[in-house]
Design a protein around this ligand. Structure first.
Ligand code: PLP
Length: 341
């Protein structure tokens, strides 16, 4: 297996902690809930993209890139972490193509993009295809000027990026006691690269585990297909004889709410529950919806309460800071003004 020989650059401190969440488990009627704290990867505010970027940035450096480009929504954690990663490896230009609703304030992830000095190309209501086309066009212009641009597809979700989570699952397997080695793993799914890496990594290093992805961005079928393709690509890269069909990948699409990028009430309630039982920070776009999935699956009896459940906390906390309006009423916030006299 070539997992340790494919070039990778260290961007964070690993392993991330694996923590038990007994108060949240009790609320959900689960015997044991473990949280894999990938929100604590140290790169640029933390999150799952650090593991993918360790491979993608190593590739960019090997190709002598002097500009890194990627795309996402205005509150993209992936874009924010790519901007930080580019700085950390000394690539001083990072261009972010951000598509979605118009925004006026630079808050949450956008504020960090600005702090990291990324160039932002805003594309109102653009599709992924629109952003990809714009990136390709700008890369062609830059190349013609003598620069060496490196494009990272949305979410860093390529077979190479997925290797980060193959390693991540090996790391998880090494952290588990024997009794916990047949867990149910739950994680949020956007561009499905994390899911792809986890699928391959679990098959290789924790074969008795099962996994349910919780879609935060639309219907399950295309995500399952993309994950299977990326998992197969990753298996090829590291030279293991594993094959995935769409049916090997389980994703529920019952919890993404109205659409990607729009908070859901269940997700927001999950944020408050996790915050108030375990002091965890989830976000309205990814991990809150993923936790809403875990809660829903526990409450509907899909999860065997005696099975160890592992929630992969993929990060996103800067995004929470952009959604204060969502929590004013829900959190029943009241300020007590003290008498000055
Ligand atoms: C906090 C967070 N969780 C989960 C995901 C989903 O990961 P993936 O795009 O690999 O499916 C993302 C993607 O941007 C994210 O930022």
């Amino acid at each position: 297996m070539n997992l340790d020989t494919i070039p990778r650059i260290s961007l964070t401190h690993l392993p991330t902690p694996l923590e038990e969440a007994p108060r949240l488990a009790k609320k959900l009627g689960l015997r044991k809930l473990l949280i894999k704290r990938d929100d604590l990867t140290s790169l640029g505010g933390g999150g799952n993209k650090a593991r993918k970027l360790e491979y993608l940035l190593a590739d960019a450096l090997a190709k002598n890139a002097d500009v890194v480009m990627t795309d996402g929504g205005p509150q993209s954690n992936h874009a924010r972490m790519t901007a930080a990663a580019a700085r950390k490896v000394g690539i001083d230009r990072c261009i972010l193509f951000l598509g979605g609703p118009r925004f006026d304030r630079f808050y949450g992830n956008l504020l960090l993009d600005v702090v990291f000095g990324a160039e932002i190309r805003f594309m109102e209501d653009a599709t992924v295809k629109d952003m990809e086309n714009a990136m390709t066009a700008e890369a062609a212009t830059l190349s013609a000027q003598g620069a060496s641009p490196y494009i990272i597809p949305i979410g860093g979700s390529t077979p190479l990026g997925a290797l980060g989570y193959v390693r991540g699952m090996r790391e998880l397997a090494e952290q588990l006691d024997e009794d916990d080695k047949a867990p149910l793993v739950i994680l949020g799914v956007g561009s499905a690269g994390t899911l792809a890496g986890c699928a391959l990594g679990l098959r290789l290093f924790l074969p008795q585990a099962e996994m349910i992805g919780v879609s935060v961005a639309g219907r399950a079928k295309p995500m399952r297909e993309t994950a299977a393709q990326n998992a197969n690509g990753a298996a090829n890269m590291i030279g293991v004889n594993e094959h995935f069909n769409t049916d090997d990948i389980v994703v529920t699409d019952d919890y993404y709410g109205e659409r990607y990028g729009v908070p859901s009430e269940e997700g927001n309630k999950a944020i408050l529950l996790a915050g108030r039982t375990e002091g965890l920070i989830l976000d309205p776009i990814y991990t809150g919806k993923a936790m809403a999935g875990l809660i829903g699956l526990a409450q509907s009896g899909v999860i065997d309460p005696n099975r160890t459940v592992i929630f992969i906390h993929t990060g996103g906390s800067p995004g929470l800071m952009a959604f204060e309006d969502q929590f004013r009423t829900l959190a029943k916030f009241e300020r007590v003004d003290m008498d000055k006299s």
